[in-house]
Design a protein around this ligand. Structure first.
Ligand code: COI
Length: 358
């Protein structure tokens, strides 16, 4: 498929951000976007890069009513060598296709999608911030576009990709965040959409997220739906517990998002001298392990979150503080190694990085 490219004239482009240390997450968008449409008879068609613009749809459009939407998050980096690198974007595209199957949506062609993302990043490469801890966040999204109020899968779809220069996901930056455990709420149950990257998973988490914020917590630490006992994930990231040199993360049982950063740490950490164990962890084990000192650090992993230390876990009964609410050596080490590979400052033994200019 030939991607049509329509770029904005130089004088109509937006002014760049001035300070990459205060970017935050997901507030600024670049000059261009990628779009392509799906029709059952035509398949994916009209792939194009065009100026970033508002989208217009009829109020009856399926996505507005029944949430037939999936998305991804992947990143491009500029290293000190000036080279642009994409980090494991192929894994995000593969996951998008798994989400698509779960949500009755068409698969995107993996090669065209990767090519489109690369081309879009090339067009907007001046927007990639350079500082360690910053990147160009890439948001591929697919929506059902039939104007129809019956509950069924859409026949037509729009796939688009937008770009946003970002710094740390949390307002805390790389400082530890607090997580709330609230057994009244559930993110995902077996057989549901928890392992798909579907917008509805996030919509359903907002009330618990608001209560967490009221209690001074950045996010919710979700437990399993059945017993409210087993730790699952944090919504915007997967969760890890350091028992000294042993790193434990819950297994992918179908209700947890299979994070690309999680998958990367599972491979990377053993090379750095850690043992990785994927096993169920009960919330009681977490709380008692932190109090006894057996659990030395807690951190999250995600594309947006990178490696984010957790400093407190708040439950209805108590607040437990981890590592004095300070960034621990394991989180720091993994953050440095991972961002080192992403920025080209460290070798890439796994071939995770794809250079934009080959
Ligand atoms: C990501 O890490 O890319 C995410 O999608 C998490 C969140 C921003 C929804």
């Amino acid at each position: 498929m030939e991607i049509a490219i329509q770029t904005l004239p130089e004088q109509q482009r937006k002014p760049l951000f001035t300070d990459s240390s205060s970017l935050g997450f997901g507030r600024i968008f670049t000059d261009h976007m990628f779009t392509m449409r799906y029709h059952p008879e035509k398949g994916w068609h009209e792939p194009k890069i065009e100026p970033y613009r508002a989208l217009e749809f009829e109020p009856a459009t399926i996505v507005f009513h029944y949430g037939q939407e999936i998305f991804e998050g992947t990143k491009a980096f500029v290293g000190e060598d000036g080279q642009v690198r994409l980090f494991r974007t192929d894994r995000n595209i593969a996951r998008m296709n798994r989400s698509a199957e779960r949500m009755c949506m068409p698969r995107v062609p993996e090669d065209v999608t990767l090519q489109a993302i690369e081309e879009l990043v090339r067009v907007d490469r001046r927007w990639i911030p350079k500082e360690r801890g910053t990147s160009l966040y890439i948001r591929p999204t697919m929506i059902g576009t039939d104007p129809f109020l019956g509950v069924r899968a859409s026949d037509t779809y729009l796939f688009f990709v937008i770009l946003s220069p970002v710094g740390a996901y949390y307002a805390e930056g790389f400082n530890p965040v607090s997580l709330l455990v609230d057994k009244r709420f559930t993110r995902a149950a077996t057989g549901g959409t928890g392992e798909a990257k579907a917008g509805g998973n996030y919509g359903g988490s907002l009330l618990a997220g608001r209560i967490a914020a009221e209690k001074g917590c950045a996010q919710v630490l979700w437990l399993d739906a059945k017993e409210h006992r087993w730790v699952e994930e944090v919504g915007a990231m997967n969760i890890w517990f350091a028992f000294g040199n042993k790193l434990v993360t819950p297994p992918l049982t179908g209700t947890i998002l299979p994070g690309v950063t999680r998958e990367s740490l599972v491979e990377l950490a053993p090379k750095l001298g850690y043992e990785v164990e994927q096993r169920q962890v009960a919330i009681d084990e977490v709380l008692s392990g932190i109090k006894s000192g057996e659990i030395t650090e807690v951190f999250g992993s995600g594309t947006a979150a990178v490696v984010s230390p957790v400093g407190k876990i708040v439950t209805e009964e108590e607040t437990v503080v981890i590592n004095d609410n300070k960034v621990g050596p394991v989180s720091q080490h993994l953050f440095d190694e991972l961002t080192g590979i992403q920025m080209g400052a460290k070798p890439d033994p796994f071939g995770w990085v794809r250079m934009l200019d080959k």
